[in-house]
Design a protein around this ligand. Structure first.
Ligand code: SF4
Ligand code: SF4
Ligand code: SF4
Length: 378
């Protein structure tokens, strides 16, 4: 990896806007996917072809995340987008993108992956009600990233998944924009070929030393979040670890499927839960009630969660967008993250870590069969 500085030396938000607009203007890419300030002050993902529009509103460190960048990228690059597109992704979005590439949901050939360090994000609703300015809020959080002592904006909280996010900096990306442990100016990292392309376009200069504090700051933040994660998992286990506890914790689920719709890893185009299989005749409900004495409505909420868990626990990357989408405020991401941690550790797999590591559920390993069945070689 080559370390360098952007040629624009403004504050990180302005410098990133100049850099991303420059990618379009210097024909490095045709379009850029990046969070951007919307009319009215909210933030949403946007795909820019116009560099001036991008320069006016892009915000890679937006303090909210309502829609997963990897899910958006899968829509853009499920087939070849036809033009080279830069995608600016947070670490959890980059990990989801890695899984989706391996699962055949993103064609990576025409994508320039740009990953950014992430301080954490607030829930959309609370942030909208706070009326805070997203650019000023992002600037404040960026200022805290030099030391890693990050606090959410006053009267707001980071999302539960961000409080326990052990990967605030991405290991993946053609280009990485670093802020943790840096001196307030953006540090850029790029692979040889991309670094040469950026220098030729006059967008960055390479040859710097990595910021000496960076690894220490990231390690300290990671340790804090691992502690918070272990505490959250312990509480969840004591409250929802049994079947009865689980049923109680999810008793208000209305099976609206929002958690599934907003999950980057739940990608099936045809889903059994949207099929007629779950549109029962009235007599079926009546029969269930007669047999059990009572039938909760809507039915099959537990089956929904169990099925989803079995389909994707090996690839859940802990972004928490399922929580964001849940109208009932249920701890969906804690359930998925906790289960994913056990499943991934059992399979010796870390979702989103590397493109070279095959997804376990779609990989046949003969020795696994032998271990499970006790069969011996002949
Ligand atoms: S889960 Fe991690 S990477 Fe994703 S928004 Fe939260 S802190 Fe950032
Ligand atoms: S289950 Fe939730 S935390 Fe896991 S990848 Fe899907 S949206 Fe993210
Ligand atoms: S979003 Fe919430 S209420 Fe809707 S199906 Fe998922 S857990 Fe249930």
């Amino acid at each position: 990896m080559n370390i360098g500085r952007l040629t624009s030396t403004s504050d990180p938000v302005t410098a990133s806007r100049e850099f991303l607009a420059g990618l379009i203007e210097k024909s490095v890419v045709k379009e850029v996917l990046v969070p951007a300030v919307q009319p009215g002050g909210s933030v949403a993902l946007a795909l820019f072809a116009d560099s001036e529009e991008l320069r006016a509103s892009a915000l890679p460190w937006a303090p909210v995340m309502g829609f997963q960048g990897a899910r958006a990228l899968s829509r853009i690059a499920f087939t070849d987008p036809g033009v080279r597109v830069a995608a600016v992704l947070r670490p959890c979005e980059a990990r989801a993108a890695v899984e989706l590439v391996k699962l055949g949901q993103i064609k990576p050939e025409n994508i320039l992956f740009i990953t950014v360090d992430c301080p954490g994000t607030c829930e959309l609703k609370g942030f909208a009600e706070s009326k805070l300015d997203p650019v000023k809020t992002a600037a404040k959080l960026i200022g805290q990233m030099a030391s890693g002592a990050i606090v959410p904006p006053a009267e707001l909280h980071f999302r539960s998944s961000c409080n326990i996010c052990e990967n605030p900096s991405a290991k993946f990306g053609d280009i990485r924009l670093n802020l943790f442990g840096c001196d307030g100016a953006l540090e850029i990292e790029a692979e040889d070929k991309v670094a040469a392309e950026l220098e030729k376009a006059g967008l960055a200069v390479f040859g710097s030393e990595p910021s000496p504090e960076r690894e220490k700051v990231i390690a300290e933040l990671r340790a804090l979040r691992e502690k918070a994660r272990d505490e959250l998992f312990k509480t969840f286990e004591s409250e929802a670890g049994s079947l009865e506890g689980f049923k109680k914790a999810f008793s208000t689920c209305i099976r609206c499927l929002n958690c599934m719709e907003n999950c980057p890893i739940c990608y099936c185009k045809v889903c059994i839960f949207k099929s007629s299989l779950f549109e029962h005749e009235g007599s079926r409900y009546a029969g269930w009630a007669a047999r059990k004495g009572v039938q909760k409505m809507p039915s099959e909420t537990m089956l929904f969660h169990m099925t989803r868990l079995s389909h994707m626990a090996s690839s859940c990357i802990g972004c928490g967008l399922c929580d964001t989408a849940c109208p009932m405020g249920l701890p969906v991401s804690t359930l998925f993250r906790k289960t994913a941690a056990s499943v991934q550790s059992m399979l010796g797999y870390e979702a989103g870590k590397s493109l070279d590591e095959p997804v376990p559920v779609s990989t046949f390993r003969e020795d696994e069969l032998r271990t499970e069945s006790g069969a011996k070689d002949h």
